[in-house]
Each structure stands twice: as structure tokens, then as C-alpha cells.
Write a protein that binds this ligand. Structure first.
Ligand code: NCD
Length: 314
């Protein structure tokens, strides 16, 4: 069974194969009245979420159901984790019940990889997909963003993607910076100095870092706005949300500096009025809902990769 823990596992060719599969699934399902394929009948997919989520969890569940898998959602808040059960015991229990695939979200960086390690030790045949681990990675989000950028711009080579906001706490920024540079895009990270991670220049992939948003916008082909991750903050990283919004928010006035065909992305949840203006979020150049739709098809392709294609490789 094939895990997906980090985008650094994916070569350019692997990525393109996943995105092409997602595209084929999307085109095939669009024409159908009944959006259901039998491919994963008899397979059990469990989502194990220790953090709140709307899009990622529902998107995985939809992807599994459209492929006819049995999908079971486990939320930490209502599971025995709330009684003090360890992460290891919970994961091994779900595997013993019969999960072929565990989709894991956890506030600790490295949690999905840790679970994959425990499962490997017990020779369990359960695969693991990382659906967001703390401040580390969110590989499925980066894949759906890459698909959306390809749809909008025709490709990644020679394109500039500007990622703006709370880079320090953002797993979305980390996964995107690596994946998009692997695909040939130029990535520029814009954040106040206090939200720029130490050693950002050493991240895999060549990326540039700055705190001057207005200087970057006119050169951007895509702008990815990030939510300020208040739940991961331990101190005051900026004076006030008003000041943050004035300096780093993409309001209509700022968006006017963008090239005519540049697109705006946001992984969601959006805090309108904070990092993104109300009008910008709904403008024709906003591809936020395309990201969400593509997420289902990318995750379908990843379920197939973990559960079906892996078998063929045995
Ligand atoms: C992101 C996450 O949870 O990492 N959302 C998502 O998965 N679409 C970003 C965020 O919470 O701000």
C-alpha cells in the first residue's frame, strides 16, 4: 500500500501523472448523471481528524464515495482519544478494524509519518495519507493547487506564484513551495518578518522571500493568500489584525495592480476582510471554488494511487 506523507516524495513525473488522472476523472464524471465509479468497492477508507476541517475531510469523503469505497469518519473529539487513548493505539485500532487507508490530520508536525511508521512495524496493510500535520505539510492541498494553476495558466514553467501571509505556521505554503518549484514555477513568499520561518531559503526548491507585497503583485501570475493561523501562534506576531490587513491583505485596490489574467487562490477557510477583501474573494479572477472542486478529483486520484495502483506494483 502506498503512503503519501510529503510532497518531497513526488517527482515531477509522479505529480503530473496524479494530476492527469485527476483531470481524466473530472472530465469523465462531469458528463455523468450518476457520479459513481465502482473501482474501490469493498475498500475501507477512514478519515482520522484531530483538527477541525470542512473542505479537506468532506472532500476525501466525497472522493471515496464517488469511487464506491466505504468511508468512515473518525473525529478525535468524539473518539476514545478524548478519553486519553494514545495516537498509536487509536491508529492500530482503526487498522485492526479493517482500514485499508487512513487519512490523517493532526496538529503535531510529523504525526502522519509517525502513524505510518507504527503501522509498518506491525506489518499492517493500511496505507496513510497526510491531510495536514501541524506546521509541516499538506500534500493533497498542494496537488489541488497545482492542478488549479495549470487549469488557469496552462502550465507552471516560467510562471510566478506569490504566496502571501502566515508562512511561518503554514503547511500549505511549505507543500506548495516545494511542489510548484519542482514543477518549474518561481515561488515568492511574502510575509511580515515575524512570520518568515528561520531558514526559509533552505527549504527544498528555490524560493525568494520578502515583506513587500506591493512590489511583487505586478509580476505575479498567481497569488495565493493564506489565513493567519491564530491557533498555532504563541505570541504577538503583528501589532493588530487591522495593521496586518492594511499591509498584507489583498483588497480591491491592491488587486488592481495584478496582471489582467493573474488568478487569486486561497486554501480556505477565508477570513474575508482580514487577508482577502470581500470583493476580491468573489471576483472573476478568484479560483477558490475551482480549488475546492479540483480537490475532490485530486483526492480520487490519490485514493486510486494508494489502493489500486500500489497493488499492481507489488
Ligand atoms: C488549510 C489547513 O488546514 O492547512 N486549510 C485547508 O486544508 N484547506 C489552511 C488553513 O487552515 O488556513
Amino acid at each position: 500500500m502506498k503512503n503519501l506523507l510529503s510532497v518531497t516524495e513526488l517527482s515531477r513525473e509522479d505529480t503530473i501523472a496524479i494530476l492527469d488522472e485527476a483531470r481524466e476523472l473530472k472530465d469523465a464524471l462531469l458528463e455523468r448523471e450518476v457520479r459513481k465509479l465502482p473501482t474501490l468497492r469493498g475498500r475501507t477508507v477512514m478519515t482520522l481528524f484531530y483538527e477541525n476541517s470542512t473542505r479537506t475531510r468532506v472532500s476525501f469523503e466525497t472522493a471515496g464515495k464517488w469511487l464506491s469505497a466505504d468511508v468512515i469518519n473518525v473525529s478525535a473529539a468524539t473518539s476514545s482519544a478524548a478519553k486519553g487513548e494514545s495516537l498509536r493505539d487509536t491508529a492500530l485500532t482503526l487498522s485492526a478494524i479493517g482500514a485499508d487507508l487512513l487519512i490523517v490530520r493532526h496538529p503535531a508536525s510529523g504525526a502522519a509519518a509517525q502513524i505510518a511508521g507504527w503501522l509498518a512495524e506491525t506489518n499492517a496493510r493500511t496505507a496513510v495519507i497526510n491531510a495536514g500535520d501541524g506546521m509541516h505539510e499538506h500534500p493533497t492541498q498542494a496537488l489541488l493547487d497545482a492542478m488549479t494553476i495549470r487549469d488557469a495558466l496552462g502550465g507552471w514553467e516560467g510562471r510566478t506564484v506569490v504566496i502571501v501571509g502566515d508562512i511561518l505556521h503554514s503547511r500549505v505554503a511549505r507543500s506548495n513551495a516545494w511542489l510548484l518549484t519542482t514543477l518549474g514555477a518561481t515561488v515568492v513568499c511574502v510575509a511580515p518578518r515575524t512570520l518568515q520561518p528561520v531558514g526559509l531559503a533552505q527549504w527544498p526548491g528555490q524560493i525568494r522571500v520578502t515583506d513587500d507585497l506591493d512590489a511583487e503583485l505586478p509580476h505575479a501570475d498567481a497569488v495565493m493568500m493564506l489565513r493567519v493561523q491564530a491557533e498555532r501562534m504563541t505570541g504577538g506576531f503583528f501589532p493588530s489584525s487591522r495593521e496586518y490587513s492594511v499591509r498584507y491583505g489583498l483588497n480591491a485596490h491592491r488587486a488592481a495592480q495584478l496582471k489582467t489574467d493573474a488568478v487569486v487562490l486561497h486554501p480556505g477557510p477565508m477570513l474575508r476582510g482580514m487577508e482577502i477583501g470581500f470583493a476580491v474573494a468573489d471576483a472573476p479572477r478568484s479560483v477558490v471554488l475551482e480549488q475546492v472542486t479540483n480537490g475532490v478529483h485530486v483526492r480520487m486520484a490519490l485514493l486510486l494511487r494508494s489502493l489500486v495502483q500500489a497493488e499492481g506494483n507489488k
